[in-house]
Write a protein that binds this ligand. Structure first.
Ligand code: S5P
Length: 259
């Protein structure tokens, strides 16, 4: 059972090198917190990461919302990832035919493949999307988190869709870092990572369909890496808040592995 296995053990059975790295970072830094830096200015993002970088294992970006995106920002982001030992996840949620996705992955302004350790991908278009990312030439290791469930109210994902998504991933073990999902029953493979967003201590939802759970609850529900956005980013003191989430999450995980 993956839920009772410690991260350092799971690193040993991962077939994707990013999953391996991420499990090892979590075990070393004792944090399973991923911060979602949904800010629109590069300076704001870098300032925030300077404060919370030591407390997170993964930084999740939406680079297409940054007003002043530029290559210098990418350089600084990469330097910070090295300095604080975290990985970079671009939450691009690719959802098109393979050919288009391979262009979106490596071309345009963002050149995601050059700096992101991993990306998020929808299974909706079918297997071609994984084939495209798998064969995209890249100098660095890469990984995919496939969306098997969503946190938002009224989303159209059904149990059958979730099952078919997990099945689709089985053909690409070297590419798969894990799944974005909400429930432990979604998959069994201990080498894969359950990334769970929709977490906040303050409130149960926002006014645009986002639904929140508590940190304890999502760890119980199988989360391995937990995404917190506004719960930290919009708080008065992001550093204090990051430490608070980190501690609750790590305590919940420590309890979980005891069975
Ligand atoms: O089902 C999902 C999948 C994702 S990746 N629900 C989500 O909320 N997300 C992302 O997680 C979303 O795009 C946002 O960047 C983050 C949640 O942010 P928060 O401010 O609501 O914590």
């Amino acid at each position: 059972n993956r839920l009772n296995m410690p991260y350092e053990k799971r690193a040993g059975v991962s077939r994707n090198s990013i999953a391996k790295q991420l499990f090892n970072i979590m075990a070393t830094k004792k944090t399973n917190l991923c911060i979602s830096v949904d800010l629109t200015s590069s300076v704001q993002i870098l300032n925030l990461l300077e404060k919370v970088g030591e407390h997170v294992c993964l930084v999740k970006t939406h680079v297409d919302i940054i007003e002043d995106f530029n290559s210098d920002f990418v350089e600084q982001l990469k330097q910070m990832a090295t300095k604080f030992n975290f990985l970079l996840l671009e939450d691009r949620k690719f959802a098109d035919i393979g050919n288009t996705v391979s262009l979106q992955y490596s071309k345009g302004i963002y050149k995601i493949s050059e700096w992101a350790d991993c990306v998020t991908v929808h299974s909706l278009p079918g297997e071609g999307i994984l084939k495209a990312l798998n064969s995209a030439s890249s100098d660095k290791s890469k990984g995919v988190f496939l969306l098997a469930e969503m946190s938002s109210e009224g989303n159209l994902i059904t149990p059958d869709y979730t099952k078919a998504t997990v099945k689709m991933a089985e053909k690409y073990p070297q590419l798969m870092t894990g799944f974005v999902c909400q429930n432990a029953a979604t998959f069994d493979d201990p080498g894969l990572i359950q990334l769970t967003p929709g977490v906040q201590l303050e409130k149960p939802k926002d006014n645009l369909g986002q639904v929140y759970n508590t940190p304890e609850k999502v760890i119980e529900n199988g989360a391995d890496v937990v995404v917190v956005g506004r719960g930290i980013v919009a708080s008065k003191n992001p550093e204090t808040e990051a430490v608070l989430y980190k501690n609750i999450l790590w305590k919940s995980y420590s309890k979980r592995i005891l069975g």
